[in-house]
Design a protein around this ligand. Structure first.
Ligand code: LTN
Length: 346
């Protein structure tokens, strides 16, 4: 049986506590796309070593993220959820693709410039990060990549790399397209609504975390910063605080913003903020419960990740094989073995 659904791939970094912004602009899309396509969600642990990190934290955050992805509704039967480091093809593809990646283009990546600015130590990995990401996407013959706006430039580089490879070595890769969230892609900080809600930059009160307990969520919305003009109307430039809350409420309940404006016309800010808080509690409480259950069952998490890795290898390996062959490497056996037992040196 052939599968004509589009192939979907996205990567998520196992670092930092995931916020409501990550849910709204990421996890929510993943769960939706799982219904529409043959979807792969990769915990990109190899990307996380490109900046200063702590091995114990990486270990814990990787399991946290896996549990959170399943808790948010990704289904191991329908989607492939796996760790990048479990599929060695990723690291190999990155090296091969570095041959068709321009040094100049890597130097123009705004994320690299931002993350390296003023640092005493900048790893080579931070510079080649987009090559690893291109490999992630291209190994799976991906059609669609759900990502945030901040990843546009990296996706563009992946497309350039694919085209250059295809041109130089023969048609090997599909050219992927980005899918960007229409609503909820920019959830703002509750205390500083002109700044994006961020794991690293937001204050504890400014960010809502996906695993915050209900009372913490209620408190954060109660103290959310609003605007001086007392009217509940969507106007991100003039009324960033209220607009952000409207957007959050729309994400949480699925109701269009226009409808919410009507529903809360004439309501006070206090009442509105409380309603938004309740909606978010309702959204996140079941996710948190599933997260706690799964996170405390490490054996089950490991099993799910092993299933994902095996499925991912079967899809990635043939692409990697074709890359080696077309680039002129000597093949010693028809086909290579799947999995950890595959000897490369023979
Ligand atoms: N760079 C991305 C994470 C990422 C990714 C990918 C996203 C790594 N590989 C492949 C989509 C496809 C980020 O920081 N959000």
């Amino acid at each position: 049986m052939t599968d004509n659904r589009p192939r979907v791939f996205s990567g998520i970094q196992p670092t930092g506590r995931k916020t409501l912004g990550n849910y709204s602009g990421g996890f929510r899309q993943y769960v939706q796309t799982q219904e529409q396509g043959d979807a792969f969600f990769c915990i990109v642990d190899l990307h996380s070593i490109t900046v200063d990190y702590d091995p114990t934290e990486l270990h814990e955050s990787t399991l946290d993220l896996a549990a959170l992805l399943f808790a948010s509704g990704l289904d191991a039967e329908r989607s492939t959820v796996f760790c990048q480091s479990h599929v060695t093809a990723h690291a190999e593809a990155a090296w091969l693709l570095s041959a068709v990646t321009s040094y100049g283009q890597l130097g123009r990546m705004t994320q690299f410039k931002d993350k390296s600015a003023g640092r005493e130590f900048v790893s080579a990995g931070l510079f080649t990060y987009p090559v690893l990401m291109a490999g992630d996407i291209l190994l799976y013959q991906t059609d669609l990549v759900p990502i945030g706006d901040d990843q546009r430039q990296h996706l563009e580089l992946a497309r350039d790399v694919a085209e250059r490879f295809n041109h130089r070595f023969g048609e090997t890769f599909r050219i992927p397209e980005g899918v960007f969230p229409e609503i909820g892609g920019r959830i703002m900080d509750l205390q500083e609504p002109t700044k994006k809600m961020s794991t690293t930059l937001s204050s504890e009160q400014g960010a809502v975390y996906m695993t915050d307990p209900p009372d913490a969520i209620r408190k954060k919305f109660k103290s959310a910063v609003t605007d001086s003009e007392r009217e509940i109307r969507y106007d991100p430039d003039g009324k960033p605080g209220i607009s952000n809350l409207l957007e959050i409420m729309s994400v949480a309940t699925g109701e269009p913003i226009a409808e919410l404006e009507r529903r809360f016309a004439g309501a006070g800010y206090g009442e509105f903020k409380e309603a938004v808080g309740e909606a978010v509690v309702e959204l996140l409480a079941p996710i948190r419960e599933r997260f706690e259950a799964l996170r405390s069952d490490e054996r089950e998490l490991q099993r799910l990740l092993a299933v994902g890795a095996e499925k991912a290898r079967r899809v990635a390996e043939p692409t990697l094989e074709a890359m080696y062959e077309r680039m002129g490497f000597v093949q010693v056996e028809a086909g290579r073995l799947f999995g950890a037992a595959r000897p490369r040196g023979l």
